[in-house]
Design a protein around this ligand. Sequence first.
Ligand code: NAG
Ligand code: NAG
Ligand code: NAG
Ligand code: NAG
Ligand code: NAG
Ligand code: NAG
Ligand code: NAG
Ligand code: NAG
Ligand code: NAG
Length: 413
Amino acid sequence: MQQPHPRTFVAVVAILALIHVGTARDLRNVTEPKNPEVCTRLTASGGDDSEAIQKALDSCDKGKAVALVKGTFYSGPLDIPSGVSILVEEKVTLKALTDPKLYDVGANTCGTLNDYGVGCKAFINMYQAHGSGIYGKGTIDGQGNVTMTGKNESWYQLAHDALLGGTYQNNPPLIQINNSVDITLYQITLLNSAYFTVRVYETNGLTVWGLTILAPYYARNTDGVGPVGCQNVTIVHNFISIGDDNVVVKALTAPSRYISIYNNHFETGNGMSIGSEVNYGASHVTVANLTLNGSTNGVHVKSNMFRGGHITRASFSNICIINVQKPIHVDMEYMNLTGNRIPEFHDITFNNIKVLTKGRFIFHGLSESNPAWVRLRDVHIKNGSVWLTSNARMTGAPMLDATGDLCPYQGNS
Ligand SMILES: *[C@@H]1O[C@H](CO)[C@@H](O)[C@H](O)[C@H]1NC(C)=O
Ligand SMILES: *[C@@H]1O[C@H](CO)[C@@H](O)[C@H](O)[C@H]1NC(C)=O
Ligand SMILES: *[C@@H]1O[C@H](CO)[C@@H](O)[C@H](O)[C@H]1NC(C)=O
Ligand SMILES: *[C@@H]1O[C@H](CO)[C@@H](O)[C@H](O)[C@H]1NC(C)=O
Ligand SMILES: *[C@@H]1O[C@H](CO)[C@@H](O)[C@H](O)[C@H]1NC(C)=O
Ligand SMILES: *[C@@H]1O[C@H](CO)[C@@H](O)[C@H](O)[C@H]1NC(C)=O
Ligand SMILES: *[C@@H]1O[C@H](CO)[C@@H](O)[C@H](O)[C@H]1NC(C)=O
Ligand SMILES: *[C@@H]1O[C@H](CO)[C@@H](O)[C@H](O)[C@H]1NC(C)=O
Ligand SMILES: *[C@@H]1O[C@H](CO)[C@@H](O)[C@H](O)[C@H]1NC(C)=O
């Protein structure tokens, strides 16, 4: 075969590069969501409203929403049917009752410690839902900081006990979405989840737009938004300040790919993470226009031989970081766990990054023959920062010229 003319070759490479950029994101064309039409309006009774809310959800027409329009609602776990949404209006709060028995999945372990930590169902659940959502400018409160019914401590204290004892807490996630299609979360405030705030498994089409997610920095495992084995995901215009990963992409039982994470603002938490469980591979993730202020890690790309898989085509651009200990942390030996699932990190790019306070930058690959492949362009950090690379194949270098003490606000308005 004839060799291609060098110029043709350059053109082909350029086009491939464009395709690269063009598809490392949600493949849907996502626009700002609109609240659905309302099927039923409910006012809080002041007592346990679980039954009233569930009944309204079960009898709501597909495409419509049950609206909570007045007061503070108390409820146990709720199941959102396929096609139906819940809308919590401004100044209205939906609080999770704190009785562990309500969330127990059958083994009577919810609200206790053991070696598994899977004894509770979530407060709000979706399973095989198509086109469901959670909307409104109101608040859903997991009451993680409130003493559990019949116990001497809160869900957060239980989680702390687990840390001290090397066990796991059985706490309810706030929102769990499984095996669903085209799910929307819009504008809602999610407060004090007892466990993961929004956990989404094997769902294709997920839009998380304009949320405020809050929990104390010490509230363990209160991850903000966690797509696990999901495709076509858009997470934009959110403010997230919690006690674990602000956003985390995992791939435990299926690949995660085509993910757009734009225009977000993170405060306390563990930062913008990919991993560590990426058995099925995480790829085509674009994070752009992010400000991180006060998280422990900034961008955290992590895996290990226990949970390993491929992390490829992850791009981080237009990111401003301040008051963060480890602004960029790429680690193929996270927690030093061993096993036989070999991680590979390829095509991890950082472009137009400003880090306004000193920190530790870590790029740690697995071995000389299986390094972390990282590209840097326009990465500006503070002189006096610590820059550590081991088994990392780096293209580009940081500039020690970051100035200023202000990051633009990029979250919701
Ligand atoms: C998204 O919009 C672009 C430009 O209008 C169009 O070419 C593309 O087909 C659309 N994609 C989908 C999945 O609708
Ligand atoms: C992702 O979105 C694109 C564009 O709408 C669609 O063609 C594709 O099937 C979606 N992927 C999945 C896994 O749903
Ligand atoms: C979602 O899947 C997880 C893991 O299999 C399970 O623990 C949880 O109960 C499921 N929740 C729903 C709402 O299907
Ligand atoms: C729980 O947190 C909320 C919101 O931050 C606060 O208003 C409330 O007083 C706290 N409750 C307890 C028991 O600490
Ligand atoms: C609650 O009781 C458990 C078991 O008796 C104990 O381990 C825990 O420390 C207590 N928590 C508080 C906050 O007193
Ligand atoms: C990032 O922000 C800039 C300036 O506000 C805007 O023009 C651009 O569209 C944003 N990028 C994305 C991917 O949203
Ligand atoms: C992992 O091992 C390295 C080298 O032995 C050590 O420096 C590091 O502290 C360990 N990390 C953890 C989380 O144990
Ligand atoms: C960084 O600081 C060191 C020690 O203070 C100094 O020697 C060096 O010139 C500085 N580099 C830049 C790029 O400012
Ligand atoms: C960082 O957050 C702190 C505490 O919320 C705030 O006082 C400060 O203004 C923020 N700085 C930037 C640059 O956003």
